[in-house]
Design a protein around this ligand. Structure first.
Ligand code: GLC
Ligand code: CA
Length: 534
């Protein structure tokens, strides 16, 4: 029997961009041995799981999101034996280890693609998506890749184009081919057998492409603003319904393990109904968890947050576990995007993140209130960001973790050169923040432990208690959050609040419980209170 409260239903999952977390050998790149050294910190912080950005061998044209071997560890990051030790040492601290699985595409250096290029009759040719040019020689359809260029590159030898929804070095796999299914089953089992607790599935919405390769349409007025910003709505180049059968199958495979292994999809979907579909049905469950991009990319404003949270919860089937995230290695860090680097706003946002029902994914540095770092164009490392110099790019949110005031922030030895520039670490680093009771780090830690102790996420629903342009108050189980999500003072009235015990407050407070149902809040003030009788 599966336990009623498996960890992933109310987890704090901490995302680690391994190259940027802790470097153990002075090459300026974070690695698994460094990560093992940092496990005590994670235990102190109170996390249930870590998700590591790609760890498999790769030519690094997209830093591991271009895999050349699904059964090993990138030598820059360590060896398989280091991964085994990480799983063991993390397990000893009750921290589950999740890896990143990249099934939408491989590297062009993967032996399958190298073989596919060798001729139209090669064994692995159909592992990839090929199509002849249009009569005028141009690409088969209008699909665009992640840089905005045509998503097709010509293989001169055969005269056919291959598909790449990301970079030309990331050829898309053809999920209509059963051989691809068999390969990935082996990959899942290989890592699950080693004790990996689950996978974050990269581009989970994208695996199948339209069998007829129909043109993608332009976005319409009803599309989400994020979709409208792009020239095309990726309706046929990804997001095909056939992927659901695959996830039903993978879910069975994951659930056959003890404890069950967890599938967390990168579900880039802005329609709640289509997003919820990735969880499958009660009879045929699919992914355990799915990233919620309408939430991650909304604005930090009371009404907008409440609307997205409530909309998500209404769309999900009973038993489906929502996931809340505000930062990652693609979209940037929330202290900058949401909070304009104002720690008061960051504390308010963390109070909300910690108290929503379901699981939470924190990005490394979120716990410090770490900001995006302005990486000058000449120091950019991410090819997709180099291709779009007019955009802020992704390097800004991948800079090294600041551990201390030492030269190189304790990320790598003083004489080494970090692979990306460091931010202003003397002002903000783990060591100084640990010593400062008023730091964002210590504030988060109180929330994180409270979340674990009260199983805050392990609740099916959220009840709105108050909402206006500034304040949002809600109840999850016996815990309520009352937050002023604005830079102006405000007052909230919630019947029944009198006597509630204050568990955490963003601002210093002397009283232990609330005197009445009316609460005056300073700008960005948030309170987490216990509603049960003391
Ligand atoms: C996902 C990853 C991103 C990567 C892309 C291609 O969106 O999060 O970093 O570049 O997929 O694998
Ligand atoms: Ca290293």
């Amino acid at each position: 029997m599966a336990p009623k409260h498996p960890w992933w239903r109310h987890a704090t999952i901490y995302q680690i961009y391994v190259r940027s977390w802790r470097d153990s050998n002075g090459d300026g790149v974070g690695d698994l041995v460094g990560l093992i050294d940092g496990l005590d910190y994670l235990q102190w912080l109170g996390v249930d799981a870590i998700w590591l950005s790609p760890t498999m061998p790769s030519p690094n044209t997209d830093y591991g999101y271009d895999v050349s071997d699904y059964f090993d560890v990138h030598p820059e990051l360590g060896a398989l034996s280091d991964m085994d030790r990480l799983i063991e040492e993390a397990g000893a601290r009750s921290i589950a280890v999740m890896l990143d699985l990249v099934p939408n595409h491989t590297s062009d250096a993967h032996p399958w693609f190298v073989d596919a290029l060798s001729g139209v009759d090669s064994r692995h040719r159909d592992y990839y998506v090929w199509a002849p040019p249009k009569p005028d020689g141009s690409p088969p359809n209008n699909w665009l890749d992640a840089t905005g260029a045509p998503a097709w590159s010509l293989d001169e030898a055969s005269g056919e184009y291959y598909l790449h929804n990301f970079l030309p070095t990331q050829p898309d796999l053809n999920w209509w081919d059963k051989g691809v299914h068999a390969q990935f089953e082996r990959v899942l089992q290989f890592w699950f057998d080693r004790g990996v607790a689950g996978f974050r599935i990269d581009v989970a919405h994208g695996l199948y492409k339209d069998a007829l390769l129909r043109d993608d349409p332009s976005p319409g007025p009803d599309d989400h603003p994020v979709v409208r910003r792009r020239p095309l709505r990726p309706e046929y180049s990804s997001r095909r319904p056939e992927v659901h059968d695959l996830y039903v199958h993978w879910r069975r495979l994951a659930d056959a393990y003890q404890p069950e292994r967890v599938l967390l999809g990168e579900t880039w979907e802005f329609d709640y109904g289509r997003f919820a579909a990735y969880y499958g049905t009660a009879e045929q469950p699919e992914l355990h968890l799915g990233f919620n991009f309408p939430f991650a990319l909304c604005n930090l404003a009371a009404r907008e947050l409440a609307e997205v949270v409530e909309g998500t919860l209404q769309a999900l089937r009973p038993g489906a576990v929502p996931v809340w995230t505000a930062s990652n290695h693609d979209i940037g860090r929330f202290p900058t995007r949401w909070c304009r680097d104002d720690d008061r706003a960051t504390r308010a946002a963390l109070s909300v993140l910690a108290t929503l029902p379901g699981s939470l994914v924190l990005y490394y540095g979120d716990e410090l209130g770490m900001a995006d770092v302005d990486v000058p164009p000449a120091e950019r490392r991410d090819l997709m960001s180099i291709a779009r110099p007019e955009e802020p790019g992704r390097d800004r949110c991948r800079t090294p973790m600041p551990w201390s005031q030492e030269p190189n922030a304790g990320f790598c030895p003083p004489g080494a050169k970090p692979w990306l520039p460091l931010g202003p670490y003397r002002d903000r680093n783990v060591q100084s923040a640990q010593a400062d009771p008023g730091s964002v780090l210590n504030f988060w830690r109180r929330l994180g432990h409270l979340r674990q102790e009260r199983r805050l996420g392990d609740a099916a629903s959220l009840t709105r208690l108050a909402l206006d342009d500034r304040a949002w108050a809600y109840r999850v189980g016996s815990t309520a959050t009352v937050a002023n999500i604005s830079d102006q003072p405000c007052t909230v009235v919630v019947p029944g609040l009198a006597g509630a015990r204050v568990l955490v407050s963003t601002h210093a407070r002397t009283e232990e419980s609330l005197a009445g149902d009316e609460v005056a809040l300073q700008p960005w003030q948030a309170l987490v209170v216990a509603l049960e009788q003391a």
